[in-house]
Design a protein around this ligand. Structure first.
Ligand SMILES: Nc1ncnc2c1ncn2[C@@H]1O[C@H](COP(=O)(O)OP(=O)(O)OP(=O)(O)O)[C@@H](O)[C@H]1O
Ligand SMILES: [Mg+2]
Length: 273
């Protein structure tokens, strides 16, 4: 395949010039490899994710973006015959150590998927869900948290009079903001978003992008996107992946204007992908 031939051996350099947040790194990925059965999907990925910033993962379909983001909260554990090597350190602890508490880990890393997945229950119960699971019964506390999460997700004004309505009756864009509200109601440290806007129209997309910008600082955000303009608009650091490798990782502005690796240049200028 012509594109594959362009990849220089050893192109996944491990020294990257990312924009440093003022709060240090939240995730440290080192020499991470992943196999689905006998098929290797990630090759020697090393990167640090800066706390309080937005990190975008871009690259053509099938390059491993979802696999990598799902590795951060061990969502891949649900897949049979999975093998990993290397480490992912979250706030000082290796998440793949046998002692790691996966349920606690997932609470600390909220996840938002490509298709909004509200539960078939009321708007209020959707957003309050993470607290209920934690055993919170105090009505006052539930109400406060739900309102705050909905406000943060820029949805409060649209749903404050329909809190008891079924969430499935919201528009797609509202459902996605609801899912973001539900993710942040659990008070996570990291928000993982896998193509959160791909099912949305441009107006709903713009709202989510604004929201991501507002949430930055409160949370460390990792967003997978096919949309390079979106990566350029919302992120401070961008990683370009290809064929399971992190080819280049750096400050978003530089990645889109003066990429160091030719494959990145070809991809961001639309020559392949
Ligand atoms: N559950 C699975 N079992 C086996 N192979 C898988 C599984 N999930 C993904 N893969 C394979 O791993 C590789 C990376 O897939 P992944 O979904 O991470 O790519 P992606 O970059 O997110 O693609 P897209 O942009 O299309 O979402 C692909 O070759 C894919 O077929
Ligand atoms: Mg994907």
């Amino acid at each position: 395949m012509a594109v594959a031939e362009k990849i220089a051996p050893g192109a996944s350099a491990t020294v990257y010039h990312v924009k440093k947040g003022d709060q240090g790194a939240v995730l440290d990925v080192a020499g991470f490899n992943l196999w689905y059965g006998a098929s290797q999907a990630l090759f020697d990925v090393s990167m640090t994710i800066e706390r309080g910033l937005v990190t975008a993962l871009i690259g053509p379909s099938g390059c491993g973006k979802s696999t990598l983001i799902r590795s951060f909260n061990r969502m891949n554990d649900l897949i049979e015959n999975l093998t990993i090597a290397g480490s992912i350190v979250f706030e000082g602890a290796d998440i793949y150590q046998s002692r790691a508490d996966v349920i606690a880990l997932r609470k600390r890393m909220g996840m938002v998927f490509q298709k909004p997945n509200p539960f078939p229950m009321s708007v209020f119960d959707n957003v309050g869900y993470p607290l209920r699971v934690d055993g919170v019964r105090d009505r006052r506390r539930l109400e406060e948290t739900v309102e705050q999460a909905l406000r943060r997700a820029a949805l409060w004004d649209e749903v404050k009079d329909r809190l008891q309505d079924n969430a499935l009756g919201l528009s797609g864009g509202q459902q996605q903001r609801l899912c973001i509200a539900r993710a942040i109601a659990g008070d996570p440290e990291v928000l993982l978003m896998d193509e959160p806007c791909s099912a949305l129209d441009p107006i709903a997309t713009a709202k989510i992008e604004e929201l991501i910008d507002e949430l930055r600082g409160h949370y460390s955000i990792v967003i997978v996107t096919h949309n390079m303009q979106q990566a350029a608009r919302v992120s401070q650091n961008t990683g370009f992946m290809y064929l399971g490798r992190l080819i280049e990782y750096g400050e978003t502005r530089a990645m889109f204007t003066v990429p160091k690796v030719r494959q990145t240049h070809d991809y961001v200028t639309g020559r392949f992908g």
